[in-house]
Design a protein around this ligand. Sequence first.
Ligand SMILES: [Zn+2]
Ligand SMILES: [Zn+2]
Length: 172
Amino acid sequence: MLIDIDRLPKEGLRLSRDFEFASLDMVDENAVVLEPVHAEVFIRLVGEEIFVDGQVSVRLSFVCARCLTPFEFPVASRFDLVYLPEELDPLSDSLSDEEIDKMYYSGRQLDLRAVVLEQLNLTLPGKPLCANDCEGICTVCGELVRTGKCSCLVKEPDPRWSKLKFTVRDKR
Ligand SMILES: [Zn+2]
Ligand SMILES: [Zn+2]
């Protein structure tokens, strides 16, 4: 959905739209998009800068990195952005760190779909977990630990954890 900058009303434009995205659109292709992505945005032009603020919300589904169980991941993310005209950006390679973070629009248009997708992608977890304390799958019997089906008394020793286990036991 392209927003024509020169046709934006002076008082700004308020939009409420749904966007269809597929897993392939996401930075993490394992993300399953369960419904259209709902976006509420307010767009206004101040001088040559486009101010876009609003919210994206959707329910996604991921497979837990530890227990491999699919789980729902609700997104409700607010954003507040400023886009600068690309034409004004000098083609210099002396960009400061601050300028690298800035966003640009070109051709007097702003692609709202791309804005929404970018904001959505920023909310995705690097390592999806069904719960922060998910115990995952037992390395000995292959059962999910939390279902109680695993009754292994001896867990596969992992040298990385031996030190941690020791301190936990000490505290009891
Ligand atoms: Zn899990
Ligand atoms: Zn087990």
